[in-house]
Write a protein that binds this ligand. Sequence first.
Ligand code: 5RP
Length: 219
Amino acid sequence: MKDQLKLTAAQGVLQFLEPYIELGVGTGSTVDIFIEILAQSGLTLSKIFTTSQRSARKLKLHGFDVLNLSEIKKPLPFYVDGADEIDSSLCMIKGGGGALTLEKIVAETSKTFICIADESKHVKKIGKFPVPIEVIKEAIKPVCWTIENELGGLPVIRKNFVSDHGHNIIDIHNLSFDEPKVMEEKLNSIPGIITNGIFANRKADTLLVGTPSGLKIFK
Ligand code: 5RP
């Protein structure tokens, strides 16, 4: 059932795309479905960038020519990606798949960020899903200390996982989400954290939600 809802959301993207457009493609199971749809659509895209090795492999498997992210130029017209949680103002928690660093870079570069999600991700208030952070190895202990003692969060190092950049991911539980932008900034200011998974300062522009009664669009 969830896959059907993801499919509904992913299919909805096609109405926004035109041939020869430049596209950023994110990471995750919803994006995997979107890549299948893109392949079947017959759309010729002028440039494709992506946020993970996983998506690059899948795109290449479908015959898409994936460019190196270092060639990306602002503004990228469209970026399509999933989320772990998204609220009605389109603030998100992302990074469940550990690709948050490139996701934040592509989001920041893009003109229009389209988030695709099944309805379970669309929540009143974000914060139930733990916030992933990508951290350099030497900073793990001090970062965990600061999170526990200054932010009241509970950091859990993700087991058997390293990011595409070779770093650890720590999932933070119990953070306060009364002001998502403020929490994003606080995490941004802790030395050793490369990226945090709160997308509140650069949130999505459009949300496509797959529901049992069809596609719902939020802007
Ligand atoms: C990866 C992400 C994904 O967009 C997020 O985890 C949602 O994934 P899925 O579509 O598998 O539920 O941020 O880093």
